[in-house]
Design a protein around this ligand. Sequence first.
Ligand SMILES: [Zn+2]
Length: 321
Amino acid sequence: MKKYIGCDLGGTNLRAAIVDVETGAVLHQMSIPTLAREGHDAVMGRMADLFLQVIQFAGMNKDEIGGVGIGVPGVLDLEKGETLFLPNLPGTWPHIPLQATIEKLTALPTRLLNDVRSITNGEWRFGAGRGVDTVAVFAIGTGVGGGLIVNGKLHLGIGGTGGELGHTTIDFNGPRCGCGNYGCLEAYASGPAIAATGMKAVAQGLTTRLGDLCEYDLNRITPKLIADAALDGDKVAKDIYEQAGFALGIAATNICVALGPRRIVIAGGVSQAGDLLLEPIRRTLRERVHVMPVEQVEVVRSQLGDHAGMIGVACWVAGNS
Ligand SMILES: [Zn+2]
């Protein structure tokens, strides 16, 4: 069985791994700085070099590699193999032929997939979504990404754009989101949104240890710092996670009603808060969902950590090439 390369194109780092798609094992991994400010041509050139190097350093030949999958942080046209809008990379990469460029530079069959859809596929195949046929993933970090497995298949929709769960509307009178809509989940539950609520609490003079913990440098308030304070019994900090979990729970309510998922997986850096975040999601589902057997829906943390996307996109290419 051939091995596959999974790549994670991040705003800071460019990572590539050789993946055994039958076991989900990462056989060899390399990481270099993305240096995104140098522009897409330079990044694509470095990416192609990285793929050839990871094959070499793994002691393999190119003919042992079945293909390359690239997890990309943004909106893509999967049919054309182009990037359309990558909000976190300078220049945003409009209509950049990433797939064709990598194929030309490496002579390896290449496919693109959204980064959180890659994580979704990885968690479903080898992580927290294993063994069930319908799964929704919320990945909470700088933004809120999403992905869906429906009836045993990664759901793509038009050009791979289906599954953007962070931009489901949870308050139609809510604030403007970066995407142009109003009241998106992302405005309530992303890492920066959680941190901003903590900053506001300190600025308002609420009774909380957050001010001491950040030494009154509000820029040092992070979701992690708020989680630490909450676990230490800080009521304000705990309420911040209650609010974010409630917002996620409302979005998850809509997903439960639409899809009847067996499992909801919470991924991304903010998911390290664990039950601080997961319990309010579970509670909101129990309170709000009455038309499907919500007690059968498990709400769990992701399991594959940093490797989920690279494993997931490698498996997806293996199953679709
Ligand atoms: Zn939005």
